[in-house]
Ligand binder design. Structure first.
Ligand code: DX5
Ligand code: ZN
Length: 216
């Protein structure tokens, strides 16, 4: 089944990011997933615009930037400048989600919205036409290498129904605990894009692991 694979750089060696990027450039992976965390929205701090900009210099595939930060509106323009192609904000972090998504599109990026495991898919019903992508978190955001939350399948199926009804071009992306084992069922449930951090970067042969995913 054709799908987008977005390796999460969070699981790469941050001291050798260029090496990780060049490795991924030469694989069948489609995007780079970049996790931005502020230590407030999630209990971890990762990277900001300067590092995204540095990643952009070497990346030969689109940057899929996942903002796990409060008040993301303040940074939309900055992440465009830094080189984001897809910019995803969290529903839980936006008081005016419609406005945030419209601003991301106005900046010329694909607009994504993510929901945490506790947030019902129905929260997106009134904004789904304004989004290019919905990112379903299948772990509580903050760290790589966590265990997949099983009821995520149900949420993907529910979102797929909303997509078919209101926005057939919407992409459904799943993030957290994705593995070679659960990927087929995620695609079957309706996922168009899979993020994988630990499942890719823990492999001895990263390119081969990516090829195994893409063969699914
Ligand atoms: C978690 C991040 C994910 C993370 C996924 O908060 O949003 O993108 O890197 O890592 P794995 O695939 O290891 O669960
Ligand atoms: Zn992510």
């Amino acid at each position: 089944m054709a799908f987008i694979l977005s390796p999460s750089l969070l699981s790469a060696d941050f001291a050798n990011l260029q090496q990780a990027i060049e490795l991924i450039n030469n694989t069948q992976a489609d995007w780079f997933h970049v996790d931005v965390m502020d230590g407030v929205f999630v209990p971890n701090i990762t990277i900001g615009q300067p590092v995204v900009k540095a990643i952009k210099k070497h990346a030969q595939k689109p940057l899929d930037v996942h903002l796990m930060i409060t008040e993301p509106d303040r940074y939309i323009h900055g992440f465009k400048e830094a080189g984001a192609d897809i910019l995803t904000v969290h529903e839980e972090a936006c008081s005016h989600l419609n406005r945030s998504l419209c601003r991301i599109r106005e900046e010329g990026m694909k607009a994504g919205v993510s929901i945490n495991p506790h947030t019902p898919v129905s929260m997106l019903e009134n904004v789904i036409e304004y989004a290019d992508l919905v990112l379903i978190m299948s772990v509580n955001p903050g760290f790589g290498g966590q265990k997949f939350i099983e009821n995520s399948y149900r949420k993907i199926e529910e979102l797929k129904r909303l997509k078919d009804r209101y926005n057939p071009h919407l992409m459904i992306e799943v993030d957290g605990g994705v593995s070679l084992e659960n990927a087929p069922a995620l695609l079957q449930a309706g996922a168009d894009a899979l993020v994988a951090g630990n499942a890719i970067f823990s492999a001895e042969d990263v390119a081969r692991r990516i090829a195994e995913f893409k063969k699914l």
